[in-house]
Design a protein around this ligand. Structure first.
Ligand SMILES: [Zn+2]
Length: 55
C-alpha cells in the first residue's frame, strides 16, 4: 500500500508527477488537487520509494 499522505488534506490517493523541474505527487482528492513537491531527501525516504514502486 502506498504510504504517501497529502500534507494538505490527509488523503492517501495521489498520482506521481514529474517533469524537468518538478517531482512530486498530485493529490487526487476532488476537493484538494494540490501538488506535494518532493525534495531529494524525501525522494530517498522509504515511504516515497514504496509509493513510486507501487505505481
Ligand atoms: Zn490533498
Amino acid at each position: 500500500m502506498p504510504m504517501w499522505t497529502c500534507p494538505y488534506c490527509g488523503s492517501s490517493s495521489g498520482m506521481m508527477y514529474e517533469d524537468r523541474n518538478l517531482k512530486g505527487i498530485l493529490c487526487l482528492h476532488p476537493d484538494c488537487g494540490r501538488f506535494d513537491q518532493l525534495d531529494e531527501q524525501r525522494l530517498e525516504s522509504e515511504e516515497i520509494r514504496h509509493f513510486y514502486s507501487d505505481l
